[in-house]
Design a protein around this ligand. Structure first.
Ligand SMILES: NC(=O)c1ccc[n+]([C@@H]2O[C@H](COP(=O)([O-])OP(=O)(O)OC[C@H]3O[C@@H](n4cnc5c(N)ncnc54)[C@H](O)[C@@H]3O)[C@@H](O)[C@H]2O)c1
Length: 296
């Protein structure tokens, strides 16, 4: 007996890479799965794989970065499988360029798929879950890039926004029994092949099976995770890690408030050793000697 028998789920960008793994694991636990991908051929292969394993799935080639696409996708799940219990917002793209060179098109092209697609698919699904009265699960996808990553203003910004939307929806949707979590996955995929090291050069990473994130996603979508909402987990390979949420740390107080002169005089004494590291690799804080324009 699977943990998701009788349930139905949608996975965006499920035709390859990490999303394909989510589809296989959800189906293995008994869910009927709508495998969405703008690349219909890839989605078809995943549906065939699920059918071979005795599962139930159908394809959908909506572009989830549009309202019509999101609506058609969620409606298909309800019409074909009698309802929707989980949506996994996984579809993604990258268009890397350093900040000063990034065009509006490159920026919006990534924001539309990641942030707006997640917003629209989740909203369409949550409205259905609310009306069904069944509750359900939303699983979003972030990335450690949201800590800051060179050349990824559009991608890092979208992933940070998705983290914030995850916390917000967990608060708003609990009253309908809808849980909202996110994963920060890892895996060797078409997308990971584009990764650059801190020096901007290609990196040769060992193979990491992208389907391994799916077991945790299936768990998050099940009643076994009924107590988990508003959380982000690092997944992939052999580990599951909780992602600590940003919070206020050390604070300084002064009766009547701080003047600019006070801060200029005292701030260094309080905070010089406390600034946060930045970036995906979390190296030591890099700017203690000042951030200066290039010397003439
Ligand atoms: N691979 C990693 O190590 C890694 C790390 C962190 C986060 N992620 C995230 O995991 C998710 C999956 O990434 P992946 O590595 O499997 O990438 P991938 O490129 O292999 O797969 C993404 C899939 O999304 C589909 N897609 C893109 N735009 C779409 C749209 N508008 N509508 C429908 N489908 C669309 C693509 O056709 C593709 O099949 C992404 O959200 C990505 O940001 C991946």
């Amino acid at each position: 007996m699977g943990l998701l028998n009788g349930r139905s789920a949608v996975v965006t960008g499920g035709g390859r890479g990490i999303g394909r793994g989510h589809c296989l694991h959800l189906a293995k636990q008994g869910a009927s799965v709508v495998v969405n991908d703008i690349d219909l051929e890839e989605a078809r292969k995943v549906v065939a794989e699920i059918a071979e394993q005795g599962g139930k799935a159908s394809t959908n080639d909506s572009d989830i970065s549009t309202r019509e696409g999101a609506q058609a996708l969620i409606s298909q799940c309800v019409d074909e499988f009698g309802g929707i219990h989980a949506v996994v917002n996984n579809a993604g793209n990258v268009r890397d360029r350093s900040f000063l060179k990034m065009t509006d098109e490159e920026f919006m092209g990534v924001v539309r798929v990641h942030q707006a697609g997640t917003f629209m698919c989740s909203q369409e699904a949550a409205l259905r879950m609310r009306d069904q009265g069944t509750g359900g699960a939303i699983v979003n996808t972030v990335s450690a890039a949201h800590f800051g990553n060179f050349g990824q203003t559009n991608y890092a910004g979208s992933k940070g926004a998705i983290a914030s939307m995850t916390y917000t929806w967990a608060l708003e949707l609990a009253r309908y029994g809808i849980r909202v979590n996110a994963i920060s996955p890892s895996g060797t995929t078409r997308m990971s092949a584009t990764y650059k090291g801190p020096d901007g050069k290609d990196v040769d990473l060992p193979f990491n099976d992208p389907t391994q994130n799916g077991a945790f996603v299936a768990f998050l979508c099940s009643d076994a995770a009924a107590w988990i909402s508003g959380q982000i987990f690092g997944t992939g390979s052999d580990r599951v890690a909780i992602l600590e949420q940003p919070r206020y740390g050390t604070a300084i107080h002064k009766d009547g408030g701080w003047s600019t002169e006070d801060l200029a005089e005292k701030f260094e004494g309080y905070f010089k050793s406390k600034l946060e590291p930045i970036g995906i690799m979390k190296p030591p804080y890099p700017f203690y000697d000042g951030v200066k324009p290039p010397s003439k």
